[in-house]
Design a protein around this ligand. Structure first.
Ligand SMILES: *Cc1c(COP(=O)(O)O)cnc(C)c1O
Ligand SMILES: [Zn+2]
Length: 373
């Protein structure tokens, strides 16, 4: 049965309803039986839509796509050990958020919705704006006032309406909820269709490994849009009998904003209120992640754990990665710092996959600061 299901009260709703949360106020997941026809998949173009029967969009005519996905899985050495890096900085808008935006905006088109609202620290807003531009859907993006200028420019040049909100990222999230009472909320953290796109990250990795799952995946986490999506993807592949096991998930947070790391380490029943400090990893600096408990439970279920990384570690990892020829944004470097912390405890046979989440060209001002300009 294809339907929405509430993560808390288990109420169900039809996927044909324009809804993004449960009547009880909690987040929704999607129950959907993903189908994989490996012969068909192999014959299709190298995009995330090659897994067509595993994505809950009914009519092909509604697919909004830039032929995105199937990004390279490239071996990169860190501290002398090989890690397979998914190059998701290479998406059209410069981050993996295109995976989620492609499916979510396809669903918006399928529902016949003409206007959406979204809030973001930049990358999700850029992705939603680009796909709305392609689908001719009116788009309103709320960002914190300190958002990176390149992301602000990108959102506006795609033709979206930009609303700079005073205060913190959390203030922006609160401001948008008011508007979401009357305009469809194309949220990357609330809307479960976004995760139906980010799950293709797992499909591609397994296909690129010859339909095998890796042992370990190391992923950044703020709202968990990549982490939860990846888990859905691995789970669906295992349910379909294509892979034997779900990899261990190592989740990386910035020490300066690490509520999930703390909840995991201290075995807390609730996500703690934290004192958020500024961090180079702006894209994962989420103090109140809406799916926080779900993320911690998912990492536990995968037999994984959390790692927190410091500002000097992020900075060094950023420089090191750029010096290998991969130009990534500081948020993406937090993941690299996490890899470097994880590797000493890995074994030599372990297949480890991680990701470059965002392109360096998105944050030129921060890059110049690193060079002391
Ligand atoms: C969105 C994003 C992440 C992951 O953030 P979540 O809040 O967990 O979805 C990581 N890196 C970059 C560059 C991002 O844009
Ligand atoms: Zn509910």
């Amino acid at each position: 049965m294809n339907q929405f299901i509430c993560t808390k009260c288990k109420a169900t709703y039809s996927l044909d309803e324009p809804r993004w949360k449960c009547d009880c106020g909690s987040t929704l997941d999607i129950e959907f039986e993903a189908v994989f026809d490996l012969v068909k998949i192999r014959q299709r173009k190298p995009t995330m839509w090659r897994y067509r029967e595993a994505i809950p969009i009914q009519n092909d005519a509604n697919i909004v796509s830039f032929a995105e996905g199937f990004t390279p899985l490239t071996e990169v050495n860190f501290d002398g050990k090989p890690v397979l890096m998914k190059q998701d900085q290479l998406f059209s808008t410069g981050s993996y958020k295109d995976r989620g935006a492609s499916v979510l905006i396809s669903k918006v088109k399928e529902l016949g919705i003409k206007e959406v609202v979204e809030d973001s620290s930049g990358n999700a807003g850029s992705a939603i704006s680009a796909y709305c531009a392609k689908a001719d859907i009116e788009c309103n993006i709320f960002v914190p006032e300190d958002t990176a200028v390149a992301k602000v420019a990108q959102i506006q040049l795609y033709g979206a309406k930009l609303n700079k909100t005073p205060g913190t990222r959390e203030d922006t999230a609160k401001a948008v909820l008011k508007v979401a009472e009357r305009v469809y909320y194309a949220s990357h953290s609330w809307n479960p269709f976004f995760f139906q796109g980010t799950k293709t990250f797992a499909f591609e990795i397994c296909e690129q490994l010859g339909w095998q799952s890796p042992d370990t995946v190391i992923l950044p986490v703020g709202n968990g849009t990549l982490l939860l999506g990846a888990y859905i993807g691995f789970k669906e592949l295992r349910q379909a009998g294509i892979i034997a096991k779900i990899p261990k998930i190592i989740a990386v947070q910035s020490e300066n904003c690490a509520p999930l790391y703390r909840a995991f380490r201290e075995n807390l029943a609730e996500i703690p209120t934290i004192n958020k400090k500024e961090t180079l990893a702006e894209g994962i600096a989420i103090a109140e992640p809406i799916r926080g408990k779900q993320i911690v439970a998912t990492v536990k279920q995968s037999q994984g754990s959390f790692i927190a990384v410091s500002e000097p570690e992020i900075k060094e990892s950023l420089k090191e990665t750029c010096q290998k020829g991969y130009y990534i944004e500081p948020t993406a470097a937090a993941t690299i710092a996490g890899i470097k912390k994880y590797l000493p405890q890995s074994n030599s046979a372990e297949v480890i996959v991680s990701v470059f989440t965002g392109h360096g060209l998105k944050t030129t001002e921060k890059m110049l600061k690193l060079l002391n300009y």
